[in-house]
Design a protein around this ligand. Structure first.
Ligand SMILES: [Zn+2]
Length: 159
């Protein structure tokens, strides 16, 4: 039987999933934390920087498209990593992520039907990305549990 994973551990895997895939896909990370924000009731978050020249809603260049896909897949990686560690799909904890992904993909594709198919394909890729980098996600989650907050530099040092 699997040892019980606490909410904090689940959050650490969730944020580590975001952080590791963001690094792997070239998103500029600022920090990752599992310090609870009582005001917004957020259990943790990963902060990153988006270039002011990033306009995925009308720029259809392949560079912009792959940056957008990196953001969507690294968003999905949070709940995928959490589910892999806890064995439970925490849709409530990922509500904000899912809402953002659906809105973003809908604006990019211009249709809900296309967005749904696009997201299904990206989720498949995100799952593979999490599988391939599981060792790194475990290492970042362990470091987050130890320090509660990691700078981008500290994340990169672990992986
Ligand atoms: Zn998340």
């Amino acid at each position: 039987m699997r040892a019980e994973v606490t909410e904090l551990e689940g959050t650490a895997y969730h944020e580590a999933g975001h952080a590791v895939l963001k690094c792997a896909y070239g998103v500029v990370l600022r920090h990752a934390t599992i310090i609870r924000d009582d005001e917004s009731e957020v259990l943790g978050h990963v902060a990153y920087t988006i270039s002011p020249s990033f306009h995925p809603d009308y720029d259809t260049s392949s560079r912009t498209r792959s940056r957008a896909e990196a953001l969507i897949m690294s968003s999905m990686a949070g709940r995928i990593a959490e589910q892999r560690s806890t064995g439970i799909e925490n849709l409530e904890g990922a509500e904000h992520d899912i809402h953002w992904e659906v809105g973003f993909a809908s604006r990019m594709t211009g249709s809900n039907e296309e967005a749904e198919l696009y997201l299904a394909w990206l989720e498949h890729r995100a799952r593979r990305g999490v599988e391939h980098r599981w060792w790194a996600i475990e290492a970042v989650a362990a470091e987050l549990l130890k320090r509660r907050k990691l700078s981008a530099k500290q994340v990169r040092r672990v992986i």
